[in-house]
Write a protein that binds this ligand. Structure first.
Ligand code: SAM
Length: 285
């Protein structure tokens, strides 16, 4: 039995600004509606004309490309918005959903303020794919973009998120993954973490565990490619009233007594020396 593939929607979409998601690695994730809108577009506003040019060529689409990132002068955005009053204007980024850790927020805001119709053509988004694959609670999540590069700023950013009762989603780069995992391990030794790498591509993987265990893994196997880091919500026993024995036992799974005591002291504010003595006892049990 053969199944007929759905066809690309016919007819010309109405004038306006269309926020068009494109694949994050697998061209099969291009949607039919994205193709229809890009075909109809008078202008395609994009981050990098070479990247978008290649994508459009793959789908046999010819369009006028306009480079438009968040540093574009206001006149360029104003011109694009004027065009969107009487033509289809598509906004794309290099990959995934525009505006999500990608340029476009100003254009969308100004288009709305100008009374131009703004429409979304949804599709791939690495954060959402990673969240869906991680096996962590997804009823409440907070997307926090990229963590800062500098150690102190990264730890401060994480500490500021400590009380958020939701799964946390970060974009990450391969060279910085281990450092971020170590910072997460210091703060939240027992939270579940997922590293989603190369989503939709040949070497896709989603690895879960404590941050310390994942850091050890990626220290031994340096990662390549694109990465989303997903951190589970605060565990019930992570609060200051937590059972220190349970925290120490969890930390001792990945670390020696000294390190485990340090991690739990940091997470709970309890005395490190007392925790160390208890960690030695637990280790000997
Ligand atoms: N707007 C895009 C989206 O909707 O996913 C995100 C753009 S942001 C500049 C790029 C980051 O997204 C990468 O550094 C990585 O953290 C994440 N990312 C993009 N594609 C990915 C993929 N195929 N697998 C894992 N992470 C990916």
């Amino acid at each position: 039995m053969t199944t007929e593939l759905p066809s690309i929607p016919a007819g010309t979409p109405e004038a306006g600004l269309y926020i068009v998601a494109t694949p994050i690695g697998n061209l099969g994730d291009m949607t039919l509606r994205a193709i229809a809108v890009l075909r109809a577009a008078g202008v395609v506003a994009c981050e990098d004309t070479r990247v978008t040019g290649k994508l459009l060529k793959h789908f046999g689409i010819k369009a006028r490309l306009q480079r438009l990132d968040d540093h574009a002068p206001p006149e360029v955005r104003a011109r694009v918005i004027e065009t969107a009053r009487h033509e289809v204007v598509a906004l794309v980024s290099d990959a995934g959903t525009p505006v999500i850790s990608d340029p476009g927020y100003r254009l969308v805001r100004e288009a709305r303020a100008a009374g131009v119709t703004v429409t979304s053509v949804p599709g791939a988004c690495a954060a959402i794919s990673a969240l869906a694959m991680a096996g962590l609670p997804s009823d409440r999540f907070l997307f926090a973009g990229f963590l800062p590069v500098k150690d102190k700023a990264r730890s401060d950013t994480l500490a500021a998120l400590a009380g958020v009762e939701a799964t946390l989603v970060f974009y990450e780069t391969a060279p910085r993954l281990e450092k971020s995992l170590r910072a997460i391990a210091d703060l939240w030794p027992i939270r579940e973490v997922a590293v989603a790498r190369e989503l939709t591509k040949l070497h896709e993987e989603c690895r879960t565990g404590t941050a310390a265990a994942l850091a050890d893994h990626y220290s031994a196997h340096p990662p390549k490619g694109e990465i989303v880091l997903v951190v589970g919500p605060p565990a019930a026993d992570e609060t200051p009233e937590a059972d220190p024995d349970a925290l120490l036992r969890a930390a001792l799974a990945d670390a020696g007594p000294g390190k485990a005591a340090g991690q739990v002291a940091k997470a709970t504010g309890l005395d490190r020396g007392t925790l160390y003595a208890r960690a030695l006892e637990l280790k000997g049990e």
